[in-house]
Design a protein around this ligand. Structure first.
Ligand code: GTP
Ligand code: MG
Length: 218
């Protein structure tokens, strides 16, 4: 009997989390402010989840897809579109933070250095930061500058989850290998969630799962 009961309880809990995620994202979602210097950060009254990743990995697109608002976060083909920490408020329950990309961007080196410094300081020292979604392009996997951010989050004891993006662009076999390889790597990181999510903002893949995880952060 126990064999039958356990899976149904798990399934029930999952349904509940998905429903909570849907509700959270079906409510109001408003752009709050853009932060260039850390002295502009909003009051620490509500939990935050930040979206980090290399330039052009799809951070802003994922926020748009999750919230169902196609243009709330600005996206672009050109790496370096998001140049500040952009805060979005989900009905006063949670804030999403769209971060500038690290690594290569089509803007000047001093500008990239300045915002990289700001985003690292934010990730290291922000009290209401509940979780970081670290986005990795499914075509490329984890690179050296991703490792640097994972290490920073481990050292700051900030929990994070790796989300592979743009999986509509690769074949099933390649995706399976990428998920396995990424899982094997993050298992070595103490602050990483052990489950790697494979997503597509373009094709709406894994959005319910991500929303459900974020609803737990409220
Ligand atoms: P920066 O702000 O410059 O760091 O980039 P970003 O990480 O916010 O990426 P953004 O969301 O602007 O997307 C970059 C490019 O990737 C855009 O041309 C998007 O249309 C494309 N893109 C994002 N997500 C997906 C996806 O799931 N599938 C496909 N095929 N393209 C995507
Ligand atoms: Mg962006």
């Amino acid at each position: 009997m126990a064999k039958d009961i356990t899976p149904s309880l798990t399934a029930g809990a999952e349904d509940h989390a998905v429903e909570a995620g849907r509700k959270l994202f079906a409510g109001p979602c408003d752009f709050m402010l853009s932060v260039v210097n850390l002295d502009q950060l909003p009051a620490e009254t509500v939990g935050e989840v930040a979206f980090a990743g290399r330039s052009n990995v799809g951070k802003s697109s994922l926020i748009n897809a999750l919230t169902g608002r196609k243009t709330i976060a600005r996206t672009s083909n050109t790496p370096g579109r998001t140049q500040a920490l952009n805060f979005f408020d989900l009905g006063g329950q949670l804030r999403l933070v769209d971060m500038p990309g690290y690594g290569y961007a089509k803007v000047s080196k001093p500008v990239v250095e300045a915002w990289t410094k700001t985003l690292k300081a934010y990730l290291r020292g922000r009290v209401p930061l509940r979780r970081v979604c670290v986005l990795i392009d499914s075509r490329h996997g984890i690179k050296d500058n991703d490792e640097e951010i994972l290490k920073l989050l481990d050292e700051a004891a900030v929990p994070y989850q790796v989300i592979l993006t743009k999986i509509d662009k690769i074949k099933k076999g390649e995706l399976e290998r990428r998920v396995q390889e990424t899982t094997d790597r993050i298992i070595k990181h103490p602050a990483a969630h052990p489950v790697v999510i494979a997503s597509s903002a373009e094709k709406n893949i894994a959005l319910d799962e991500i929303r459900a995880g974020l609803a737990l952060m409220t």
